[in-house]
Each structure stands twice: as structure tokens, then as C-alpha cells.
Design a protein around this ligand. Structure first.
Ligand SMILES: [Fe+2]
Length: 137
């Protein structure tokens, strides 16, 4: 149980970081790419807020205390849209990895609802990875 809460808090830390990173890039993207990438970064931010909310509430339900600080992995400021996209891909790959590990920890049958919720998030991270790979080109 403790290990599960710990892993879920790691996922929450990365979601909190993703929220900040995508908000930062949505605000800072300039030039013609702003037209498409600012809405895309905003969508990713909203998705991270939703994921964070699900994970946070699940941690409380398990009797744990959700973290309030983001993962310390640096959020790099840049005006270069390709760098923004590569940092986005890095973040989505990390998220997919964390949720995959988390799924391995949820084996107990009476945690079926939790497993379903985490699996949905994992699949959405995988979709983001594939999408981001196509955008990076
Ligand atoms: Fe996420």
C-alpha cells in the first residue's frame, strides 16, 4: 500500500510539473507556430490537470497524503518551438513510463476501479507520446 501511494505521488509530481511546463510553453510560443501549438500546449495542460485530479483523489482514497510540489526535473525556458516539442515528448515518455510502473503495482483484485482509472491515464499518455512523435517529425 505504501509503495503504491509512493508511486502515485511520483505520478502526481510529474503531472504538476507537466501543468507548469505546458502553461509556460503555451504562453511563450511565438510566431506562426503559436496558432497551432499554443492551443495544443493548453490542451496538454488541461489533460495534466485532469490526470492530477484523478491521481490526487485516488491517493486520498487509499489513505495517503498527496504531494503539493512538482517533480524538480527542470522546466527549460526556450523560444524555439522544436525544443518545446522535444521537451514535451520527453515529458510524455516519462509519464507513460511512470504509469506503466504504477500499473504493475496494482495487482490486488479489490483495486479494480483504481486499475481501470490508471490504465485510462496510461493509454492517454501513450496517445500523447505517439502524437508528439509525429509532430516532432
Ligand atoms: Fe498525464
Amino acid at each position: 500500500m505504501n509503495q503504491l501511494v509512493e508511486k502515485m505521488n511520483k505520478a502526481l509530481e510529474w503531472e504538476l510539473r507537466a501543468i507548469n511546463m505546458y502553461a509556460h510553453y503555451a504562453a511563450n510560443i511565438k510566431g506562426i507556430n503559436r496558432l497551432q501549438l499554443s492551443p495544443m500546449f493548453n490542451t496538454e495542460m488541461t489533460e495534466s490537470i485532469e490526470h492530477a485530479d484523478i491521481v490526487r483523489k485516488a491517493i486520498v482514497q487509499l489513505g495517503g497524503i498527496p504531494v503539493t510540489e512538482r517533480d524538480p526535473h527542470p522546466i527549460t525556458h526556450t523560444n524555439n518551438y522544436l525544443e518545446m516539442l522535444n521537451y514535451s515528448l520527453e515529458t510524455e515518455l516519462k509519464a507513460a513510463e511512470i504509469y506503466f510502473e504504477l500499473l504493475q503495482c496494482i495487482e490486488n483484485d479489490n483495486e479494480e476501479d483504481l486499475r481501470d482509472a490508471i490504465e485510462q491515464i496510461y493509454l492517454s499518455e501513450l496517445r500523447s507520446v505517439e502524437e508528439m512523435k509525429l509532430i516532432v517529425g
